[in-house]
Design a protein around this ligand. Structure first.
Ligand SMILES: O=C(O)CCC(=O)C(=O)O
Ligand SMILES: [Fe+2]
Length: 349
């Protein structure tokens, strides 16, 4: 993916600025930067992250993505996710709904489980195309490890700022326990209808997402706004966001915000769009509930919310499987299937 050759993101479309957080300062526990991260996490739940040190791994992942998506469809389909709520593997374009009417998505993607990357060369969760296997050691594993380092650092900072005892959030995300954590390579083909949703409106299912894209198309629905706004890609800046699990653990203090993907705007329209995400998600057995016992700050937040709002009664595994499964067009019965795929946006976190 040559990073240089893209036409500019337009300056005449509604765009929402995000705070830029400096990962080096966060690592150094700079108090001012931690406050800005806190502001980003509590107000919108999205921010840019610079100086994250992942660019080299990201570039290699994009090259791998192009090779994988160029494989014949029948080869990719051997590694399909299936309809049972498993995320790992390949998802063909059109396999997911983007809304309650059952309109289909336009992206294809491949998800590689963090458990398979960390167990490599053993298989933990599932098999992948040979093209991926051949670059697991050189490309996928380094990207996964780097992403885990970044997300775990951010988690530690949120942990302390939430008033949780040291290590509380990390214990829900141990490398050893199987989880839904995964790397996702996404391709959206050139599409002329700029309103056609590539990925429908959603909140992320897990804890933290570490996203890399080159072209516009990502949009956020800012609280209080009347319409969608683009997030402009900035070279070498990742886009990070909070998912449902962290919104729930924090009793709604941290925000899991709605977002979606449409084709790139302006001069970028008509181009193929690639993106790459690492999703950190809690260990499968983690119960998704506000950590009121561990933090007076979280307890206070929950006291001012409707009773039971953050008691999902669901493990991370159940939450995640339910959402994946009910997005699948093959499982669709009607609008109720889409509603069953919803996360915290439905409980208005
Ligand atoms: O491609 C993007 O910019 C965002 C992807 C996304 O939101 C997701 O996969 O959950
Ligand atoms: Fe997302």
């Amino acid at each position: 993916m040559p990073a240089l050759a893209y036409p500019p993101f337009p300056d005449d479309v509604p765009t929402h600025p995000l705070l830029v957080i400096d990962y080096e300062l966060i690592k150094a526990r700079d108090a001012g930067e931690i406050e800005r991260l806190w502001e980003a996490g509590t107000k919108l739940g999205f921010w840019y992250l610079k100086n994250h040190g992942a660019d080299e791994f990201v570039d290699r992942m994009f090259t791998l993505g192009a090779e994988v998506m160029a494989l014949p469809t029948e080869e990719k389909m051997k590694f399909e996710q299936g309809d049972d709520g498993m995320s790992f593997g390949y998802k063909a374009a059109g396999a997911n709904a983007v809304d309650a009417t059952g309109e289909r998505d336009t992206v294809e993607f491949l998800n590689v489980a963090k458990d398979d990357a960390l167990a490599w060369p053993k298989q933990a969760r599932r098999a992948y195309p040979e093209t991926v296997n051949a670059q697991m050691h050189t490309t996928v594993v380094p990207f996964v490890k780097k992403s885990l380092e970044v997300n775990n650092t951010l988690l530690e900072v949120f942990n302390d700022r939430l008033g949780l005892p040291a290590g509380t959030l990390l214990r829900f995300h141990s490398a050893e326990e199987y989880s839904g954590s995964e790397a996702r390579l996404i391709k959206n083909p050139p599409i002329s209808n700029l309103n056609k949703q590539a990925i429908g409106s959603h909140t992320d299912f897990g804890t933290l997402s570490f996203l890399h894209n080159r072209l516009g198309g990502l949009q956020v629905f800012v609280p209080g706004a009347e319409s969608w706004q683009y997030v402009k890609p900035i070279p070498n800046h990742a886009i990070c966001n909070i998912g449902d699990a962290l919104a729930i653990f924090s009793g709604g203090i941290l925000r899991s915000n709605l977002h979606r993907v449409v084709p790139p705007p302006g001069q970028q329209s008509g181009l193929e769009r690639w993106s790459l995400v690492f999703f950190t998600r809690p260990g499968n057995s983690s119960v998704l509930t506000a950590l009121t016992q561990d933090s007076p700050t979280i307890a206070e937040s929950v006291r001012s919310a409707p009773p039971g709002k953050y008691e999902t009664g669901s493990t991370a595994f159940e939450w995640f499987s339910r959402r994946i499964k009910n997005q699948r067009i093959n499982n669709r019965k009607g609008p109720e299937t889409w509603m069953a795929s919803r996360g915290t946006e439905q409980i208005e976190v």
